[in-house]
Design a protein around this ligand. Structure first.
Ligand code: PRP
Ligand code: URA
Length: 213
């Protein structure tokens, strides 16, 4: 798996504001949206295109358009939903599938509680949105789900990753043999005993949407 840590002063600036526990919720949401748009530019570097002939007001010329089938964007509920608009801003013709996953706070293992995805993903380029790659259980589960449906090219877009989660994803992908890349704004130091990324930004879902009881 190729890991691409996006290096740009605006990414660092926005990420620092996100990390700050004093950043209010509406500002946090806005910053996630802005940051994802920057990550999406990098993440779509390899989006499949096809050649088209068009007429400008001056002459005929060759150009490019996104290939069929359209890319599939998959936000992992709940927190990944906060990344969707930022991604669709750059790829408005993408289709969207949903996966709902929740991590058990004791075992740290993910549970899938919702799914709305095409049955057949063969030939689809998929973009998975999840702000936090911590233990890697959730993102790994999502990638496995897409591969089982036939996805043959997967890009994971995350705000933050822990080395432990990257390693788990690498191991999974070594077995799956499907091209996959991770685009992320930073790789942090480690996980703490509760499975939170350190220094991280806390609970992404809670900071976006409040406490879900
Ligand atoms: C968070 C986050 C990731 C997951 C990462 O979701 O949004 O999906 O944890 O942890 P992992 O890499 O150890 O699996 P959470 O389960 O808190 O649900 P939420 O998005 O509804 O808040
Ligand atoms: N999920 C989060 O929202 N934050 C973390 O640091 C780890 C998992």
């Amino acid at each position: 798996m190729e890991v691409r840590v996006v290096q740009h002063p605006l990414v660092d600036h926005k990420l620092t504001l996100l990390r700050n526990k004093l950043t209010p919720q509406p500002v946090f949401r806005q910053l996630v949206d802005e940051l994802v748009t920057l990550l999406a530019y990098e993440a779509t570097f390899g989006v499949r295109v096809t050649e088209v002939t068009i007429d400008t007001p001056v002459s005929r010329t060759l150009g490019t358009r996104l290939a069929d089938p359209a890319p599939l964007v998959v936000p992992i509920l709940r927190a990944g939903l906060g990344m969707l608009d930022g991604m669709l801003r750059l790829v408005p013709t993408a289709e969207v599938g949903f996966l709902g996953m929740i991590r058990d706070e004791e075992t740290l293992e993910p549970m899938t509680y919702a799914e709305r995805l095409p049955q057949d993903l063969s030939g689809r380029q998929c973009y998975v949105l999840d702000p936090m790659l911590a233990t890697g259980g959730s993102l790994g589960g999502a990638v496995q789900f897409l591969v089982d449906r036939g996805a043959d090219d997967i890009t994971c877009v995350c705000l933050l990753a822990a080395p432990e989660g990257i390693e788990r994803l690498q191991n999974l992908l070594a077995d799956l043999k499907v091209p996959c890349r991770l685009v992320v704004s930073a790789v942090d130091e480690q996980l703490n005993e509760q499975g939170y990324i350190v220094p991280g930004l806390g609970d992404a879902g809670d900071r976006l949407y409040g406490l879900a009881q």
